[in-house]
Write a protein that binds this ligand. Sequence first.
Ligand code: GLP
Length: 248
Amino acid sequence: MQTKIYTNYETLSAAVAQIMFDTIQQKPNAVICLASGHTPLLPCQLFVQKANDEHLHISETTFIGLDEWVAVPPENEGSCHYFLYNTIFNPLILQAGQIHVFNSMAEDLNAECETMDAVIEHNGGIDLMIVGIGMNGHIGFNEPGVAFNNLSHVIELDKTTIEVGQKYFPAATTLSRGITIGLQHLMNAKQVLLIANGEKKASIIKKTIEEEVSNQIPATIMQTHSNGMIMIDAAAASQLSKNYLYEV
Ligand code: GLP
């Protein structure tokens, strides 16, 4: 794992967008797995702009949504579905067959998980995975205590996730379970970027990078990924010990 620190959210976002662009340019049929949330907003917007401006050949690329709140419908603007379609899938004008997201309204959520695992396998695995980090160290909805060898699964949400998650919704929303790509998928992915910005992420970023690998802080799994990169801005890096500082 490498850690890269950028001056601010804008330069961090431009670097993430460039990696997305390069990955698809080098391998047009790449499989890209994307988180939703506030952190990937600007990276996705910059990527869309660059892909459209430079006519990136994107019709063979497969996009996978990392996670979803169970029982939150896609038209709810706090859903991951809403974010991904509005920020990236619709502006890129993708074909429906290129997009795979969990249907968290489905009656059989285990079948949703099996379908997602089969899609990933059928397409030869994930080439690039871009994830954020929750205030409790979760990745997707891989909450503290999760098994590192899980594939897609449904999980009871942690108290912190339920509280912090309210920020995405216009009105108080009942959140109890999540459906998510598992950490075994992350370990199998050819490249993983964990991105974070802002001072509020500084404490969990310090733990993720400096503490021992443990499922109590699921993001520590990044330390064991041979092609994993933690990309953060200076504010999110502000609590790192000197030994862990790598400026770019
Ligand atoms: C959310 C999502 C994650 C996301 C993380 C950070 O709850 N389940 O996929 O990466 O928390 O979100 P944000 O970027 O808004 O801080």
